[in-house]
Every structure is written in C-alpha cells, then in structure tokens.
Design a protein around this ligand. Structure first.
Ligand code: TRP
Length: 343
C-alpha cells in the first residue's frame, strides 16, 4: 500500500525560532520517515493581509522573496530532508490557484464568514477593509492540502478549524460530483512542549514579541540571550533559595536538560545553585543540541545554489501530482481537458 500523505505549510512571517522548531519542525522531521510529505511556504497566504511595519503583506511586500528563502534554509537546517519530503514554495505550483478558483465556486459564504481565524486576523491586524482574498484564506488552504490529496495535516490547535473546513470542502466536492476525488483530511495534533518567551514563562516565544532565539542565531548570540533572561526576582544573592516553577531558565532546562531537572530543582530551592551558572549550563546544553542545525545552516548559506535546487526539485515533484489531481477535477466537473486543448 502506498504511504499516506502529509501536507503542511507556513506563512513566511520571518526566520524560524525555537518555538517553531520544537512546536512544528521537529515533528515534521519525524513524519518524513513515515509518510509521503509535502511542506510548502505559503507566499500567497502572506498576501491576504495588508502588512506593515515588520509584517509583509499586499501593501508591504518588503523582502518577501528573501524571507521565503530564509524559511526554506531554516527548514532544511532543522532536518527536513529533500530526499525524503518535498519542500517548495506555494506559488511555484500555479495549479493550486486553479483549484482554489474552482473551490471558491462551491464554498458556502457562511463557512468563511463564521471562520474564527478570519475574525481574529481582522481584529489583531486591525484591518479596516478586509479583502476578498482574506475571507477566502481557508479555501486557498484547502486547495493547498487537497491538490496533493493530503490525508493528514500537522498543525497547531489554532489551525484545526481550517483543516476541518478543508475536509468538509473535500467531502462537498466528492458528493456534488459523485466521485471520491479527495480523501477525508484530518488534522494531526501532536503533543509538543510549550516554548516560553525569553522574557517570562507566561509569554509564548514569538517573532513579534522579540523574545526568541532564532535558528540563525550563533552559539554566542544564544549564550548572550540566555544570560539576559529574567530569573526569580526574589533570588537576589547566589545562595538565596529560588523558585524554579516561575523561572524561564528552569522551563528551558525542562526542554534541553531533562536528565538534570531534579538536581537543578533541589539545588535552586536550597540556595546551592546560582542563576549565572544555571544559565551557563543551559546555554551549553542548548548549543550542543543546536549544533547540527547550525552546521547544516552554514553549509546552505555558503552554497546558495543548494536551497534553490531543493525548492526547484520540490516544486517539480509537487506540480506533477497537482496536475494529476486537476485533471481528475476537470473531468468530474465536466470541463474540457487542458492537456489536449480539446473541447
Ligand atoms: N494557515 C496556516 C498557518 O497560518 C498556513 C497554511 C497555509 C497551511 N496553507 C496550509 C497549513 C496548508 C497547513 C496546510 O499556520
């Protein structure tokens, strides 16, 4: 039996950080061994919002192309292997746009208007006049997934509504045209560690808050950032007893130094452990873990042709499959075949 397919995408919002690595990429890297995987950078989706400031969008194209490349470099550095999965740019497969158009005909407007992510985006980006493209965001996402007949979509909780709509749209298509063209797509929700921001455990690591360690940060940058992390405010002297549960350094030990966790807690609570050495120990563990990621990154940055070639090969493979799906779609929708230009 052929492998089930996994598809997922990310918007080119900026370079990847530890939150993206632990929350998504590590999981993708595991999935590539078991499934036929398609991972794409959704540059069209980046154009659904106006952008502004550091955010790219249709009014603020900025360095969109460069960001897309940087993300691809981060993905491969993180361990996505172009021999095992297809890595490509959404807009390199224009068949997705054609499927999006056909899907737009059968997407009930109510589904889009009720989409919670739509309301969130309009509010959080303070969009005064949301575009047609933004409302249609989930329809484009459905085309992204279904053109490759994606069985599973590894995403965070915030994307479940979009994946459910993808499944509903696929089923609606199948029932309207009387053929099971599309699979029953499901979200793959995996337990991932919660990655706090460097500024406190109650915050999430995010690009926009600036509280992150990027995959492109050097070992020295990383150590510097760890050195400036906030620790327990009532632990002033080295031998004051500390409170690991509120401490972001401890939260990172819980990710990168699990074996020592109990010792660290005891030493911190009893006043035997100072924050500076605790941070240096974390920096060493984290840097060790990130070493292979950085080595791959250096190689990719030194050889710019490599990432272009990976993206090209990914797009060729993806487009081959996209064409087959569209051929089937055109057939069941009674549209003339594109290949022969025959009416
Ligand atoms: N909406 C997704 C996000 O913001 C990005 C995305 C676009 C996507 N197309 C996709 C995710 C297809 C999974 C599958 O994270």
């Amino acid at each position: 039996m052929s492998k089930k397919r996994v598809t997922s995408g990310m918007r080119p919002t900026g370079s990847m950080h530890l939150g993206n690595l632990l929350g998504a990429l590590d999981n993708w890297v595991r999935l590539q061994d078991e499934y036929e995987c398609f991972f794409f950078i959704v540059d069209w989706h980046a154009l659904t919002t106006p952008g502004g400031g550091d955010a790219v969008g249709y009014e603020n194209l900025g360095d969109l192309r460069n960001r897309v490349r940087e993300i691809a470099i981060d993905w491969v550095s993180a361990g996505l292997d172009p021999d095992k999965c297809s890595i490509f740019i959404q807009s390199h497969v224009p068949e997705v746009a054609e499927l999006h158009l056909l899907f737009s005909m059968i997407t009930p407007l109510g589904w889009l208007e009720r989409n919670p992510a739509y309301k969130d985006m309009v509010q959080s980006y303070k969009i005064e006049s949301p575009s047609y493209g933004l409302l249609g965001y989930p329809t484009l996402q459905a085309a992204d997934i279904l053109i490759y007949k994606g069985d599973f979509v590894p995403v965070g909780k915030d994307q479940v509504a979009h994946v459910n709509m993808t499944r509903d749209l696929g089923q609606r298509f199948n029932s309207l045209y009387g053929k099971k063209v599309f699979p029953i797509t499901e979200a793959l929700l995996t337990e991932v560690p919660r990655v706090p921001g460097l500024d406190g455990i109650e915050n999430k690591m995010s690009k926009s808050s600036g509280n992150y360690i990027a995959l492109s940060d050097s070992a020295e940058d990383t150590t510097k950032k760890i050195r400036t992390m906030f620790t327990d405010p009532v632990k002033i002297r080295k031998d004051d007893p500390g409170h690991p549960d509120g401490c972001v350094v401890y939260a990172f030990h819980d990710i990168y130094n699990v074996g020592e966790l109990e010792t660290i807690r005891k030493e911190c609570e009893s006043g035997a452990r100072g924050c500076v050495s605790c941070k240096m120990e974390l920096a060493e563990k984290m840097n060790n873990k990130l070493e292979p990621v950085r080595a791959r990154r250096e190689e990719l940055v030194a050889n710019p042709g490599m990432i272009s070639e990976i993206l090209r090969a990914g797009a060729v493979k993806a487009e081959g499959i996209a064409r087959e799906t569209l051929k089937e779609v055109r057939e069941v929708m009674n549209l003339p075949a594109r290949e022969s230009l025959d009416v």
